[in-house]
Design a protein around this ligand. Structure first.
Ligand code: GTP
Length: 343
């Protein structure tokens, strides 16, 4: 009882999804005596459902995906018991693992949808009491996920909000510590090297004031929601999309080459251009992006912002890359005065 209360206190004092995931892995491992507990996220990619672990036990420690390299996940069809459990809208299902271990799958149901599921592996079968305790802990976890979601997201578009960006971006920068000297970085910038990198883009709707003025704020809001949907559809689940404020969005694009980053941002720009917005018709966006280097968050955002202002001043409906504008002499490498205050 004491151990259960301690874990419930631990779960409910978290202010962040990653810490919440790791605390539920710790709780179930200790309370059930499980040999492995994994929190998986379920996500859709090109019309197929995938499963990817977000937190699990490794070498007796609880670790999370944020600490490791990118994992693109596996199709959910590799887990037929889980597929069947979700199809039948069940709260759990048990199967035997390859070594005879007992594997328990627990989808986390939220408004008829499953975005997260737990996998608990135990050498011995689960008793009725153990199952009831696991389901009780799962309910606390689900309710708490709901509360965190509410505080992390923008209420109009459902995208992650500015506060969450500040936290996630600092964490991404802390994890992204390449041993590159300033000369290396300058060289890379000049060569536009094909290395895998992380990229930050600022996206801004063109002439959005005109939409509000001509059609009213309700239509303006609808455009914001539809652009947010296009953002969600255009990027992979391990990328992160934020509403930064007003008609401005920020995208963190993970682990891709410069060429691909350019294509991906341009594909999104084209998706918006081709979309028929009810009543409003055509809408376009401008995008400025920069590489996520070892520079400070203010500098990186400032670079993307400068590229965005360049795109706005030079025709709109285009994607501009900061480093390229600097190497071609179209931009100077100081942080622009127009950069808004970050952090
Ligand atoms: N409907 C709606 N409008 C918003 C919201 N937040 C900001 N806006 C409006 O967004 C508009 C932004 O206009 P500007 O910053 O002048 O930029 P713009 O008209 O998009 O022009 P460019 O960025 O130069 O292409 C303003 O009219 C704001 O009132 C919102 O949540 N809903």
């Amino acid at each position: 009882m004491q151990a259960l209360l301690k874990h419930l206190v631990d779960i409910t004092c978290q202010r962040d999804h990653t810490l919440l995931d790791t605390s539920i892995v710790s709780a179930l491992r200790e309370l059930v005596g499980a040999s492995q507990v994994r929190v998986h996220e379920l996500f859709r990619y090109r019309d197929e459902l995938f499963v990817r672990p977000r937190a699990w036990v490794r070498d007796d420690q609880v670790v999370s995906q944020e600490e490791g390299p990118d994992n693109h996940g596996e199709p959910i069809t590799n887990y037929p018991s889980l597929v069947e459990c979700i199809k039948q809208r069940k709260n759990h299902t048990e199967e035997s693992g390859p070594g005879g271990e007992h594997v328990l799958w627990l989808p986390v149901w939220l408004n008829d949808k499953v975005n997260t599921c737990l996998e608990v592996i135990n050498p011995v079968p689960y008793s009725g009491d153990t199952l009831r305790m696991i389901e009780g802990i799962l309910c606390v976890y689900r309710n708490y996920q709901n509360i965190l979601d509410y505080s992390e997201r923008d209420s109009l578009t459902g995208l992650l909000n500015r506060k969450t960006f500040d936290e996630k971006f600092s964490r991404l920068l802390a994890a992204n510590v390449p041993e590159a000297t300033p000369q290396d970085q300058e060289e890379r910038r000049l060569q536009c090297s094909p290395e895998i990198g992380q990229w930050l883009a600022v996206v801004d709707i063109d002439h959005f004031k005109r939409v509000n003025d001509q059609f009213g704020h309700l239509y303006g809001d609808e455009v914001l929601i539809l652009v947010a949907n296009l953002l969600r559809q255009s990027f992979r689940s391990q990328d992160r999309v934020f509403r930064f404020g007003g008609e401005e969005f920020v995208v963190l694009l993970r682990s891709t080459t410069l060429d691909d980053a350019r294509k991906i941002f341009d594909r999104f720009r084209a998706n918006v251009e081709q979309h028929e917005f009810p009543q409003v018709g055509r809408v376009t966006v401008s995008v400025g992006f920069a590489s996520i280097s070892t520079e400070s968050p203010v500098m990186i955002l400032g670079h993307a912002d400068q590229a965005l202002y360049y795109a706005k001043a030079n025709g709109r409906n285009r994607v501009c890359f900061y480093d390229e504008l600097v190497s071609s002499g179209e931009l100077h490498s100081e942080v622009s005065n127009v950069t808004v205050e970050f952090f």
